[in-house]
Design a protein around this ligand. Sequence first.
Ligand code: CUA
Length: 315
Amino acid sequence: MNSVSPLFPEQASTIAPQVDALYFFLIGVTVVFTGLIATAMCVFAYKYRRRTESDVGEPIHSSLVLEIVWTVIPFLIAMAIFGWSASIYFQIVHPPAETLEIYAVGKRWMWKFQHIDGQREINELHLPASRAVKLTMSSEDVIHDVFVPAFRVKADAIPGRYTSIWFTPTTPGEYHLFCAEYCGTRHSGMIGKVVVMKPHDYQQWLQGGDTEGSLADRGRRLFQELACVSCHSTEGSGRGPTLQGVFGSQVSLSNGTTVTADDNYIRESILRPQVKLVAGYQPQMPTFQGLVDEEGLMALLEYVKSMQKTATPQP
Ligand code: CUA
């Protein structure tokens, strides 16, 4: 057990010790100042108590030095807390360049996970140890929230857009997974477990199970079923722009602005194609709202990303 105290979950990610250090510092500062103030109150209440009926208090002369000291010290402590927590926050919100990407969909009342290689899980998430993992999340109904106390990570899964968190599990084992946003009658039952495995065991685990093909393969099949391919050809001769190499690129829009083609842009372009129309194209694409579910969207997104990976340089 990697736990700092029986009151705390074990530390099973690289960020956990840092979050705990900050947390204990905050508790320490709170305890010290609570103690100081309570002691001063008792001491002064006794020292300056009313001794006789005719006692009159003495006038107080202010002290500039005292005022400065008790302003500057708390200011420095507050700034230290700000600087420290901001640096941890930046680490938590900026995933490294190379991560294992996993998709998560919250749904009343379960978690659905999809691995890039094709494995799907419900309320269980298998991960390799010592590798940075990025969860890209969405919700099919209301706001849910992925919370893994042992990793000290927590983030909302919001309907209608993608959010993400990343972490690096350090220790093989099983950890609790909670929904941390009240989402209806069975919110308390929306729990699961994260199984962190040795990298080799994880590779073996990936081989097992159903063989539906990779997530990008499912996306490619959906791309054909929905007839996206009839307009979005690979060589760019169709009525819509080619999607080859689109992901991560800068896209010029018909209103003269430019956007980065990220997860949320691809998602919006499938569901509400007219909102950000690519420059030079007619607003002909129908909406796919209601025709593709969250898992389908993630498969399509992964397919678009895979076209990026196999992109060949233009002649
Ligand atoms: Cu989902 Cu609470």
